[in-house]
Design a protein around this ligand. Structure first.
Ligand code: PHE
Length: 463
């Protein structure tokens, strides 16, 4: 089986390496920072159920499509799309899907790195015992001191980008693979340690109930659609990250099994994060719906009042940095792979070029928390209140990723030959392949289109 193509960037050493790397990409700020706060904002259980359904019905089939396209093409998403479109006799404009992915990765990483920088800053603040005994007001002022000063944010953002560039420069086998082999298990151990604390907080049951007991009266159409959009973001789908990792996947490995494992691992970490965060939130009478600042503005209160809080707080933010780091390297990899293939850059050069441009663009996000916090460039409807950072987040997570995922699904089942996808997925022609094909051909595109109608609907409702 396989397309006989070989990646010039090397391959993963095996199934576990790919699963670890792709899980590293999937598990990130999305799971630990975004999932808890959107769950809190949307009322808990019913939202979580919807999200789980979206992972299974939309996320998993699209992940399989994206990995199979990557492995078939064995190049950066741009060159993969160019070649597979030619193979399939499809329009050469499909190459734009590869480009859109590179742009989305660039835009996401530009703000992702700034938020990851907050986590880095908090490692040191927690370790120094800065949170000890603090009230909510004290924690708020630490957060606002940090985000209010452009130089500070810039420094942490710079440090995080340099960390990312170093790993990416070292390449697939020696860089990415070694990093994730160490980072992913460490992450899991840290999560379990924190869960031990949450277990003893006296509010574990309440936290778990909030997370898992669905109250469908709390679910709005908008919450359903938020859950669907987050499924793309959290699984790293729709921009070529999973595609480029798939291009390093050896031929013999089952895409379906690997995708199931990755989705389960990603979901487990998100739920674990919820089970750590919500008991702590309730134990300290904090507000689960506090929004994007949830972990940065509320958890330090908990850390400040628990035994060994400086230590646990430091562990938590180290964990968050690790998770963001392994996602960041996948956000930049499609661009780096393309620079190596088409521009003849060495990996080191490519990482530096991609890293510096992303860093520069990240300044927009840095400034939108302070000197440009009043700059709301779009004056229509829902967008009227959005800073540059809010707009970037909205554009990428709510528009670009679902659009990319939709097009990936369409390409895999409407453009590529059935024979090539049967060959690449290699799961027989009986039950599972037709099921996958049916989902990706009909269910997934319809669901994604609903996401878009929502995005437009939101504009219409207010505008
Ligand atoms: N999945 C990552 C997270 O949950 C974010 C990401 C999105 C990474 C898209 C790569 C591509 O944090």
């Amino acid at each position: 089986m396989g397309s006989q193509r070989k990646s010039i960037h090397g391959q993963w050493s095996g199934r576990l390496a790919f699963i670890l790397a792709a899980t590293g990409s999937a598990v990130g700020l999305g799971n630990i920072w975004k999932f808890p706060y959107i769950t809190g904002e949307n009322g808990g259980g019913a939202f979580v159920m919807t999200y789980l359904l979206c992972i299974a019905v939309i996320g998993l089939p699209i992940m399989m499509a994206e990995v199979l396209i990557g492995r078939r093409g064995r190049q950066s998403p741009i060159n993969t799309m160019r070649e597979l479109a030619a193979d399939a006799g499809a329009s050469r404009y499909w190459v734009l899907l590869g480009w859109a992915g590179v742009v989305a990765g660039f835009l996401i990483l530009s703000y992702y790195s700034v938020i990851a920088g907050w986590a880095l800053a908090y490692v040191f603040r927690a370790a120094a015992g800065l949170f000890t005994g603090l009230t909510a007001d004290g924690v708020q002022s630490i957060f606002h001191d940090l985000i209010g000063e452009p130089e500070r944010l810039m420094a942490w953002h710079t440090l995080f980008m340099v960390m990312t560039m170093i790993i990416v420069a070292r390449g697939v086998r020696s860089g990415l693979e070694k990093a994730v082999r160490f980072l992913m298990p460490a992450l899991l151990v840290l999560m379990l340690v924190l869960m031990g604390y949450a277990w003893n907080s006296g509010y574990f049951e309440q936290g778990v109930e909030f997370l898992f007991r669905p109250d469908f009266s709390k679910i709005t159409p908008n919450a359903v659609l938020t859950a669907m959009g987050h499924a793309f973001f959290t699984l790293s789908l729709g921009m070529g990250a999973i595609m480029v990792y798939g291009s390093y996947l050896p031929d013999r490995i089952s895409i379906a099994r690997a995708s199931v494992a990755i989705s389960i691992a990603d979901t487990a970490v998100a739920l674990l994060a919820g089970m750590v965060i919500f008991p702590i939130v309730f134990a300290n009478s904090l507000d689960p719906g506090a929004g994007p600042g949830l972990i940065f503005q509320t958890l330090p209160i908990a850390f400040g009042h628990m035994p060994y809080g400086a230590f646990f707080g430091m562990l938590f933010f180290i964990l968050l940095v690790f998770a963001a780091w392994t996602s960041a390297i996948s956000l930049i990899e499609p661009a780096v792979a393309w620079l190596v293939e088409n521009r003849g850059h060495s990996r080191v050069n490519a990482s530096v070029v991609a890293g510096i441009s992303t860093w520069l663009f990240g300044l927009l996000t840095v400034f939108s928390f302070n000197i440009w916090s009043d700059f709301k460039p779009l004056a229509v409807g829902k967008f009227a209140d959005m800073t540059l950072f809010d707009l970037l987040d909205y554009l990428t997570a709510n528009i670009m990723l679902p659009l990319g995922g939709l097009l990936i699904a369409i390409f895999a089942v409407w453009k590529m030959s059935r024979a090539s996808t049967v060959d690449e997925l290699n799961m027989g022609d009986r039950f599972f392949y037709p099921l996958w094909r049916f989902l990706v051909r009909y269910i997934t595109p319809i669901a994604v289109i609903i996401v878009f109608l929502n995005a437009i609907g939101v504009i219409d409702m207010k505008g």
